[in-house]
Write a protein that binds this ligand. Sequence first.
Ligand SMILES: [Zn+2]
Length: 56
Amino acid sequence: MRRLDPSVTTGGSDDSPAECPYCGSTDTEREHPKGPSLCRSMHFCHGCEQPFERME
Ligand SMILES: [Zn+2]
């Protein structure tokens, strides 16, 4: 049984896949950033085949 460590936060790593906001899958692919919004990244979910944005 594992306890959640409040000092551990997710995000910040390019190696970790983004979680799909629609189906919760991490089978996602990061697409090349385009446009001036560097604080956002585009991802594509292979689970539900939906593109989604994630704030960096
Ligand atoms: Zn999905």
